[in-house]
Design a binder for this molecule. Structure first.
Ligand SMILES: Cc1cc2nc3c(=O)[nH]c(=O)nc-3n(C[C@H](O)[C@H](O)[C@H](O)COP(=O)(O)OP(=O)(O)OC[C@H]3O[C@@H](n4cnc5c(N)ncnc54)[C@H](O)[C@@H]3O)c2cc1C
Length: 482
């Protein structure tokens, strides 16, 4: 089929730079060409430019009946193969960036909406699915870079949304108009929103009948009136030598919706009477798709830690020691078991009435749980094998300084055949992973991204037949069924 999508990374960047300045960093409104946002913007651009790369072409491009070739990051999964390819694509792209690829949140939200709006339209008679399908056309035709804003500030965790002292601690509809809704509230921890063309907003949890006003789902351009993004940006920028790791960065956002008007054509759940159950289902579905995405990105971050663990052991002359080999095997086990869980989730997927494939919830959640639980252990292995130098490494300017540099280069030397500069570069990267601001962000994301560990336990137990296992135990122990 004809290649229709011509949006390049540069075209995306130019559009981004024209957006209204509603991003706030350190108390100042900044435009989206601010240097602190570029590391993540460049990764987004990379996902657009990879379409011609022979290694990514088959994974990144999908044939659509309507628009010819579209990006997989705008695709609604129709088959097991679609889910497998999204997982493989995510893993491969994360190897290139050394961290997140930032596009899964948007497409995970779109897949959840394809199901929710279908069900919501059938249940309520509101044209939610018709609106969504039009919006999906816009996404697919324009290869939209999106983010997903699900997580509310949540206030007192022991209280439900409608029990909070301030009802705005969960985002809600405060007014229904003929032409749309007005929303008030905030979403926090929203990755990459400051460099996204579109922000998709979804509810964060199961809701009760008193909580219809919180069952709201919609999409807005990132610079929409009434929307402000308070942004925390970090990068690994090098002073002296360029490298892929040095180009990586992160952008997290606290988004405020200050009585923002959302026109009907962008509203996919409007918080009307009886919609609370749909809101809760939307929350679960996004989390499910996102946990499946984690079975692609987490194996990549594990294998990056594995690669650095093996390399630092080689440079230090200990690679063949038994305790090192055992630790490398531990890292491989995490990476490949999480990946295997994602493959199993795809093979056990079911087709929803809307036509969208839903990955298996138990396999997605056990994979995500294993990844999250293991992340700090993986860092511990890397830290163990690297020794203390990632934390104490002299600055680049000293390492390359004419006067003191040669002495540092002499004393940093490990094995004879590895140059001092290579040792320095390796430890600089280890410092990024173990001791930097982004390293810390990545570790917390490894644990909490896609939901805190407890949420995964709840999803696993909900989808698993524990009673069957009790019956097996009774049978094996010779205990009669009562
Ligand atoms: C780097 C990073 C990127 C992220 N990106 C995104 C994103 O792009 N979009 C998005 O929507 N979200 C994103 N998230 C949010 C992520 O999904 C949440 O951090 C996660 O769901 C946990 O929510 P929380 O941070 O509010 O912590 P909490 O929910 O407050 O969890 C803290 C602890 O409290 C416990 N707890 C909470 N409520 C209860 C209760 N009622 N009873 C008992 N225990 C309770 C939890 O189990 C946990 O142990 C991101 C998070 C991080 C760290």
């Amino acid at each position: 089929m004809q290649w229709l999508l011509v949006k390049t990374g540069n075209e995306y960047l130019q559009k981004l730079y024209q957006m209204k300045p509603n991003v706030i960093i350190d108390g100042k409104k900044v435009k989206r060409d601010d240097p602190r946002l570029q590391a993540v913007a460049q990764i987004m651009a990379l996902t657009l430019d990879k379409v011609e790369d022979p290694e990514f072409k088959d994974l990144l491009n999908v044939e659509s009946q309507k628009f010819g070739t579209i990006s997989r990051f705008t695709n609604i999964h129709q088959s097991v193969d679609d889910l497998l390819k999204k997982q493989e694509l995510t893993r491969k792209l994360c190897r290139e960036t050394g961290g997140c690829v930032f596009r899964c949140m948007g497409i995970d939200a779109m897949n959840a909406l394809s199901i929710i709006t279908h069900r919501a339209e059938a249940m309520t008679g509101q044209p939610y699915n018709q609106r969504f399908l039009k919006y999906l056309d816009y996404w697919q035709e324009n290869n939209i870079v999106g983010s997903c804003a699900q997580t509310d500030p949540k206030g007192n965790r022991a209280l439900r949304p409608h029990e909070q002292a301030d009802p705005d601690l969960y985002l809600r509809v405060v007014e229904h108009r003929d032409d749309g809704i007005v929303v008030r509230g905030a979403k926090n921890h929203i990755t990459a929103a400051a460099v996204a063309e579109e922000i998709i907003v979804l509810p964060t949890r199961m809701l009760t009948p008193e909580e219809d006003q919180y069952a709201v789902a919609f999409a807005v351009p990132g610079d929409w009136d009434g929307v402000q993004l308070v942004t925390r940006a970090s990068s690994h920028k090098r002073e002296r030598f360029a490298c892929p790791m040095g180009e990586f960065g992160d952008v997290e956002n606290f988004i405020i919706f200050d009585d923002a008007f959302i026109p009907n054509d962008r509203v996919f759940l409007s918080g009307r009477k009886g919609e609370h159950a749909l809101g809760g289902f939307a929350a679960l579905l996004f989390a499910l798709y996102h946990r499946h995405s984690y079975t692609g990105c987490k194996p990549a971050s594990s294998e990056i830690i594995l690669g650095f663990s093996a390399l630092v052991s080689e440079y230090n002359g200990i690679e063949d020691k038994t305790h090192v080999q055992s630790k490398l095997a531990d890292l491989i086990s995490v990476s490949e078991l999480v990946y295997a869980a994602g493959i199993a989730a795809a093979h056990k997927a079911s087709k929803d009435e809307s036509g969208t494939m839903i990955p298996d919830a138990v396999f997605c959640n056990v994979g995500r749980k294993h990844a999250g639980k293991s992340y700090y252990h993986e860092l511990e292995i890397l830290s163990d094998l690297a020794g203390g130098l990632p934390a104490t490494l002299p600055h680049e300017e000293d390492f390359y300084d004419e006067s003191i540099g040669p002495l540092l280069q002499k004393y940093i030397k490990r094995k004879e055949d590895v140059s001092s500069e290579d040792v320095y570069k390796l430890y600089r990267a280890l410092s990024d992973i173990l001791c930097s601001s982004i390293g810390g962000v990545t570790a917390v994301a490894g644990l909490h991204g896609g939901g805190s560990p407890q949420m995964e336990d709840i999803a696993i137990l909900k989808g698993y037949d524990v009673e069957l296992r009790k019956r097996i135990a009774k049978h094996l122990a010779g205990i009669p069924e009562s």
